[in-house]
Design a protein around this ligand. Structure first.
Ligand SMILES: Cc1ncc(COP(=O)(O)O)c(C=O)c1O
Length: 381
């Protein structure tokens, strides 16, 4: 009998927690009105619940200076932050200025920036070091007189490395440059820094933190002005029109509460399993290399290259036994731009995978995975 594959792909998405599902229950068919319909009592009730969710998020994340904007997820939040801010800058100054980012950002940052390049803005993509980290010196030397926006992710989705955002933030503040950070992989997995001061705009996604899919956040400093991308009903301070998905927002709010409350306990458990998996693989196999810094890394991420094996055969063999992301999973079959930026060849990038541990991962999952991966590598060599 075929056993179900072991899930080690929690950075791709997470299942909704039971408490999250329960929190959403009344908002599908009992309290279902449009929160923007404030001319009737049912709409006023829905609107009040929406605003309570917004306030709860401000409370859970200790936000005092940020505006909370609901979006459909991190992709939309990144697009709104980057396109919205740059186009507003051009409208106010009549200039196309300079933007700095990292070569290893998610495509939901790189592609909007490509669009801005086509519109006339100048974009510098900094190459990180071999560990995947941005160097402070390189960052400072890439700043120009007309640099008005920087987008550097807090932690990388493929290799899990955590950037020195505090330093970047201080440099940007001194030079009055606006900083955006894609925080999609971080909430609940890092000690909660002051989100008010770590960046001027922050992107957060619900389905990475055991909340429902289809909802996210853009947190922005109150004085930031954006050109909206979606026009119509004027919802979300006129920045993002469209009827808001109340059940998803309530579930997301619950997921944030749980993630923040359990951060320390969850992080310890994830690190325990992650390190056990890594040690087991390294002890049982030669020629496995780690991609990205192990010191500055999310607790649930591993990204490994297996030398001397054929990448497509490796993934084919693992497919039915372990659910994980291949070195090409995040880029539609092409070798990962992140691994290539770290200096990996096409062949090495293909023979790489991301293993991401979740809250439901058991010791048995880890032990079985070590065995499966070890057997697979042996059979391919
Ligand atoms: C760092 C990062 N940014 C953006 C996204 C896109 O997130 P969403 O699925 O919420 O649009 C992801 C998801 O893979 C991600 O990991």
């Amino acid at each position: 009998m075929l056993s179900t594959p072991i899930l080690l792909d929690y950075q791709s998405s997470t299942p909704c927690l039971k408490d999250v599902i329960n929190s959403m229950a009344p908002y599908w068919s009992e309290i279902f009105s449009n929160p923007s319909s404030k001319s009737n009592l049912a709409g006023i009730q829905a609107s009040a619940i929406l605003e309570v969710s917004r306030e709860k998020i401000q409370e859970y994340l200790f936000l005092q200076k940020k505006k909370v904007i609901f979006t459909s997820g991190a992709t939309e939040s990144n697009n709104l932050a980057l396109l919205g801010f740059a186009r507003n800058h051009h409208k106010e100054t009549e200039k196309y200025g300079h933007i700095i980012t990292l070569k290893t950002e998610h495509k939901a940052v790189l592609e909007p920036l490509d669009q801005l390049k086509k519109e006339g803005f100048h974009v510098t993509e900094i190459l990180p070091d071999k560990e995947g980290l941005i160097s402070e010196e390189k960052f400072i030397s890439s700043i120009r007189d007309d640099t008005f926006l920087v987008s550097i992710m807090m932690a990388n989705n493929e290799i899990g490395v955590i950037q020195p955002l505090k330093k970047i933030s201080e440099i940007c503040r001194l030079r009055e440059i606006t900083l955006h950070s894609d925080y999609a992989q971080c909430l609940g997995f890092l000690e909660l820094e002051s989100l008010d001061s770590i960046a001027n705009m922050l992107t957060i996604s619900s389905h990475k933190i055991y909340g429902p899919k289809g909802v996210g956040l853009l947190l922005i400093d109150r004085d930031i002005e954006l050109q909206p991308l979606v026009l119509g009903g004027g919802q979300e301070f006129g920045l993002r029109s469209g009827t808001l998905p109340l059940p998803l927002i309530v579930g997301f709010t619950k997921a944030i509460e749980i993630a923040v409350l359990n951060q320390k306990k969850n992080t310890e458990k994830l690190i325990f399993h992650r390190d056990k998996l890594l040690n087991g693989l390294l002890v049982n196999n030669s020629g496995i290399e780690i991609n990205g810094s192990m010191k500055e890394r999310l607790p649930h991420n591993l990204n490994l290259t297996v030398l001397d094996v054929n990448g497509s055969k490796l993934h084919k063999s693992l497919k039915s036994k372990i659910i994980c992301s291949s070195g090409s999973a995040c880029s539609n079959g092409k070798p990962s731009h992140v691994l290539l930026a770290l200096g990996r060849s096409f062949k090495e990038a293909e023979a790489s995978f991301r293993l991401s541990i979740g809250l439901m991962t058991t010791t048995e999952d880890i032990e079985k995975s070590i065995q499966i991966i070890t057997d697979t590598i042996k059979s391919l060599r």
